[in-house]
Design a protein around this ligand. Structure first.
Ligand code: ADP
Length: 311
């Protein structure tokens, strides 16, 4: 039986224009190509959870515009339940406007739109979602007060709480979160934002993870890109090297990782087993271009793990 996972977060339409160079202020440049794709960390992680076999419910907000239709359709195609996604009549769907030049450099403006209005009331309107829910996964692309409220609700219903603190918050997080969150999954930049410790090697990674534990975190899984991940709890610390793959695009590797970790924990797996599964999902996400299209399926992760010597 698949485990039930709730994802509360953002959904964006990503619009990417490619051009020989990025425009200077006031300049118009002629582009070469345009692509549109569904994105937003919340949506990417929800789609990943569904592909990995969880019964996945997304709570968030999109506009009543055409992008809202496309975002909802893409969730449904991935098998994500959208019963509790609100359509906001006053605010457009979130968009990310991305320019990419010939060298791969980019410039991004995110207009959060409806994501900025995901509210406590939206969580209350979804109160039925907690029936039998095994885990909650949240990120920081919606108002932090709503994230905190969702964490409280999940914890009250005995669901495991996983926080992917991305992007790094500008304000300190409320103290009471630390007692309620089961696992934190920052990357190197995000843990620096949370602790002030820059991660440059395994030793500084351990110090940063320890600093987050000292703030009250119960468990930290710090993702280290091509260096894998570091699991730190109050009892032990363990480094899991990355699986070797032909990496072509690391976009959303962190989203695949957080989703995979949450799905395995929701199924009752111990932390170390969940981290190995997440390392495999993150590695596989790097072997394909794009965010949602590169999220691996359950079969892909399991076949991959069978082909590897496990740590
Ligand atoms: P983010 O996308 O948030 O920056 P990371 O770059 O740390 O996150 O990647 C998340 C996870 O994806 C890593 O912990 C690792 O498991 C996997 N991963 C990332 N890059 C690679 C790579 N080049 N080779 C293998 N695995 C990778």
């Amino acid at each position: 039986m698949s485990a039930k996972v709730v994802v509360v977060g953002s959904a964006n339409m990503d619009m990417v224009a490619f051009a020989p160079k990025l425009p200077a202020p006031g300049e118009t440049v002629l582009g070469t190509r345009f692509e549109m794709a569904c994105g937003g960390k919340g949506a990417n992680q929800a789609v990943a959870c569904a592909r990995l076999g969880a019964e996945t419910w997304f709570i968030g907000r999109v506009g009543t515009d055409a992008f809202g239709d496309i975002l909802l359709q893409s969730f449904q195609e991935a098998g994500v339940r959208t019963d509790f996604v609100q359509r906001d009549p006053e605010t457009p769907s979130g968009v990310a406007l991305i320019f990419v030049d010939e060298t791969g450099q980019n410039e991004i403006v995110v207009a959060p739109g409806a994501n900025g209005r995901v509210s406590r009331e939206d969580i209350d309107a979804a109160s039925k979602v907690w029936d039998n829910a095994k885990a909650l996964l949240v990120q920081f692309e919606i108002p932090l007060s709503t994230v905190g409220y969702a964490i409280g609700e999940a914890s009250r219903h005995s669901a495991i709480v996983v926080v992917n603190p991305a992007p790094a918050p500008r304000e300190p997080l409320p103290e009471e979160w630390f007692g309620l969150v089961d696992v934190w999954t920052p990357n190197e930049r995000e843990i620096e934002g949370l602790t002030g410790i820059a991660v440059t090697d395994l030793e500084s990674a351990e110090s940063a993870a320890k600093a987050l534990l000292d703030k009250g975190a119960k468990a930290v899984v710090l993702t280290l890109g091509a260096n894998g991940s570091l699991l730190a709890t109050h009892d032990f610390t363990r480094h899991f090297p990355a699986f070797q793959v032909q990496a072509v695009d690391a976009t959303a590797a962190g989203d695949a990782f957080a989703a995979a970790l949450t799905v395995k924990l929701a199924e009752g797996a111990p932390l170390e087993e969940a981290v190995i599964f997440a390392n495999a999902a993150g590695a596989l996400a790097c072997t394909k271009v794009g965010a949602q299209p590169s999220m691996p399926t359950r079969d892909e992760v399991e076949n991959f793990l069978r082909s590897q010597t496990l740590p």
